[in-house]
Write a protein that binds this ligand. Structure first.
Ligand SMILES: *Cc1c(COP(=O)(O)O)cnc(C)c1O
Length: 384
């Protein structure tokens, strides 16, 4: 089976992990700081804080931005459930704003309309903007709405390590409070499990640093009283153990050095899919020329064919196609909290037609040809 996504581990990656395993620290050592600094530089962000997953990073970011019981978080339904669950962890209400039919990202016009229709007390404190497939949301417009209506803006950039918005790297946070990245093996670079927050805001970074480790500080300047001695630490608030290990950080740092290579390869595969699929009756992913997708996913839409039949035919011929995403508001958990079919018609229509084709750096051109051949056959077969 050719999977839809897969990690790419080199000898240098293995060597970096082995070096940490043989060193004094396998967690809470120097590899974390090195990875954070390198990641911040790649993004053009002042601060980067590593976490043990993007999910925990999203949770901590919501807490750090003050989201709590009685507050409201809005996000796109076309994402992994973690983008919404972070609000529930905080005791907040979660709502969904429909996607733009061209980009499949949260639609600024839909957001504006919903804000106008919502009384001030029910408006969101936090909006999570998900860069679907690796293509940035329209951050400028989202920020303008955030300034007008007073909400904080988190970028869920789990798909978008290496992507660009305008001429800046995603993660530079020019228009957001912070950006969150995932290092799950299907994403752009991996640490097994892992996540990162980037921000330009030092206060937010300090808070995130504490929240990932039980709310504890070792900085005398942050303490409520004079330290008892050099051993001293204080717990200032309730945090969690959301720390990344040094083993993971060493892998992430080594993977990050290969980011340009990964980006080139994904870009080349996307362009080649665009060409190979030109003669097939499918909708190819529209790209805003002003940015650059990280190409985590290559998603086509089937307008004239039964998606399920095409999906099953491709799986039967060994192509690990997938579907991203089942709209979150249709999950039983969110239906029980008031969401209904019809709430986000664009995301629902998109969902019924979407198909993710294999996309990862180690996909060979022969394999890519095989994917397109299998798709062609599956489309023909599902016409009868
Ligand atoms: C993968 C993913 C997450 C969760 O990442 P983890 O590192 O697995 O916790 C969150 N949001 C989106 C959009 C994702 O794709």
């Amino acid at each position: 089976m050719i999977p839809y996504g897969r990690q790419d581990i080199s000898q240098a990656d293995l060597d970096a992990v082995e070096e940490v395993l043989r060193s004094d620290f396998i967690t809470q050592g120097p590899a974390i700081g090195r990875f954070e600094q390198a990641f911040a530089e790649v993004c053009g962000a002042a601060q980067a804080i590593a976490f043990n997953s993007a999910t925990s990073a999203l949770h901590a970011a919501c807490v750090a931005l003050g989201l709590g019981p009685g507050d409201v978080l809005w996000t796109s339904p076309n994402t992994f459930v973690a983008s919404a669950n972070c609000g529930i962890y905080c005791g907040a209400q979660v709502g969904f704003v429909d996607v733009d039919p061209k980009t499949y990202n949260l639609c600024p016009a839909a957001l504006q309309a919903r804000l106008e229709q919502t009384p001030p007390e029910a408006r969101p404190k936090v909006v999570v903007a998900v860069h679907f497939a690796g293509q940035s949301c329209d951050m400028k417009r989202l920020r303008a709405l955030g300034d007008q209506y007073g909400f904080s803006l988190i970028e869920d950039a789990s798909h978008a390590v290496g992507g660009r918005y305008g001429d800046r790297a995603i993660g530079a946070c020019e228009y957001s409070d912070c950006a969150i990245f995932s290092f799950h093996p299907v994403k752009i670079i991996t640490t097994g499990e892992g996540g990162m927050v980037t921000t330009q805001n030092r206060t937010l970074a300090d808070r995130l640093n504490r929240l990932r480790s039980h709310g504890i500080t070792r900085e005398a300047t942050e303490m409520r009283s004079e330290p008892d001695g050099p051993w001293y630490y204080q717990q200032l608030e309730l945090g969690w153990n959301y720390r990344m290990t040094d083993i993971q950080a060493a892998l992430g740092h080594s993977q990050l050095k290969r980011l340009d290579q990964f980006m080139e390869r994904r870009q080349a595969l996307a362009e080649r899919y665009d060409q190979l699929l030109q003669s097939l009756p499918v909708i190819r992913p529209w790209q805003d020329p002003a940015g650059r997708s990280a190409w985590h996913l290559y998603v086509i839409q089937l307008e004239q064919h039964d998606r399920r039949r095409v999906f099953e035919a491709m799986r039967a011929s060994g192509i690990g196609v997938n579907v991203h995403y089942i709209p979150i508001h249709l999950q039983p958990f969110y239906r029980e909290r008031g969401s209904r079919e019809g709430d986000c018609p664009e995301a629902e229509r998109y969902y019924h037609r979407a198909l993710s084709l294999p996309m990862f750096p180690a996909l060979s051109l022969d394999q890519q040809d095989e994917v397109v051949r299998a798709l062609d056959q599956a489309l023909t077969a599902s016409e009868q």
